[in-house]
Design a protein around this ligand. Sequence first.
Ligand code: PLP
Length: 441
Amino acid sequence: MVKFQKQNLENLVKDSDFLDNITASNPVFWLNDKKKDRSSGEEFSFDQVIEAEKRLERFASYLKIAFPETKNSMGIIESELKEIPDMKKWIEENIDEDFPGKLLLKCDYALPISGSIKARGGIYEVLKYAEQLAIEHNLIDYDDDYAKFNDDTFYRFFRGYKIAVGSTGNLGLSIGIMGAKLGFQVTVHMSSDAKEWKKQLLREKGVKVIEYSSDYSKAVEEGRNQAATDPRCHFVDDENSQALFAGYAVAALSLEKQLHDANIYVDAAHPLFVYLPCGVGGGPGGVAYGLKKIYGDNVHLFFGEPTQSPCMLLGMMTGLHDEISVTDIGLTNQTEADGLAVGRASKFVGKLMEPILSGCYTVEDSFLFNSIRAMWNREHIFMEPSAHAAVFGPISLFKQGKSYYIEQNDLQMKNATHLIWSTGGNMVPEEQRREFLKKML
Ligand SMILES: *Cc1c(COP(=O)(O)O)cnc(C)c1O
């Protein structure tokens, strides 16, 4: 049912041609006119991000033992930052002009433990819950060595508790892998978009997977309802959780260090552009929030969404946030970018993004597969379809947004840094990779 008649929406959206382009699922570039020059601070406090960073440091000695792949990073879940000059050439071929400045990739596709950006927020929220229970039951003190979490007594204790989550796949993987390792009984409510291999991997780890024939919003709602009746069950609320958001935002603190170590400046003469794939909003929103706090006006943040699932764009543009779904305007919410197959955005995140985000753009699925091949052939990096929504960011900015954003803000592009935030891919099995690399739409 189309709930919002076009006429009603036109009162909220100034440019009706623009709305027509969205409903026709054409790629669009939207600038956020609610952006002010200050960062927001109302509902969420930066203290929570600092607290999250400290909590993750406390858990490092445990993670190092529980997940040996984090040994090199001393138990810290972090990814590399690297230049991708050959991909830059591909982008230049796509925009048909020189692309000034540097092009960097933030390699969250290779984050340890669960191979996606969800390893930040998701794992953080599980650890936070585990710590809270352990403190309440006098199993641990804040100054203890958290390697103790690896003991059998902890595992047996956590067996008495449950964690539930609704997911399109990757959040379920992160929560499931981390939760099961600690001993929790984890239930993941999976939307119809979730890939088979993700469900299988979770079942192998002893996680209960419940499948829905409906989309993400329904899976979250079911999970929330089922968890609500059980006091021993913690529900990881992807639409509203401040803990998840804080876990994602810690990424900004590490990025600041990485940029500094690489002698890359961010100031008025050296603008930083960051392109983030957006689903419900928590992951990209947390990162964007943190970066805005650090870099203020010198960072320019853009979210990328599939042309069939532009929920954040629609929610922010209309100001309706979670009161409007992409299906209300006749879109399908069907996309190969499973991590972005979200029809209704988080209101909590959308509101926080109003003074922060520069804009949103949409990308066609066919681009995602071309980009998968280009990234593989030129840089030998495999990223899943969702992550490639970030690659389209600089292309969309140059092709559709340059005149009114860069020129209006008088930005010095020659010294700019463009950062593609790669959100997932490392866990994708070999066979599925080969299919993706062949796929032409
Ligand atoms: C979940 C996900 C995103 C988007 O994160 P949200 O918090 O849903 O906005 C982007 N890319 C990948 C690979 C994801 O799994």
